[in-house]
Ligand binder design. Structure first.
Ligand SMILES: [Zn+2]
Length: 75
């Protein structure tokens, strides 16, 4: 798989639309147990320039629920 410089339109992990994407170069803690906005976060390792990064794709509760019903592929 080619290394992505820009995040795709859909989450590459679960192929569901996402609300936002964040890029991290170091470790961090994720706690979504009582998060009112986001239901799920998917992680994709990659690179940005010469730096290894991890992209976090944030899915809201609605997006996570709609993953099976919203099956339209745009690619
Ligand atoms: Zn995802």
């Amino acid at each position: 798989m080619a290394t992505r410089e820009e995040p795709p339109a859909r989450c590459p992990v679960c192929e569901t639309v996402y609300d936002s994407v964040s890029v991290h170069e170091s470790g961090l803690m994720v706690n979504l147990l009582d998060n009112e906005r986001y239901r799920r976060v998917c992680f994709e390792p990659g690179t940005r320039g010469d730096t290894s990064v991890i992209r976090f794709y944030h899915h809201t509760h609605g997006q996570a629920r709609a993953e099976s019903a919203d099956d339209v592929r745009t690619e």
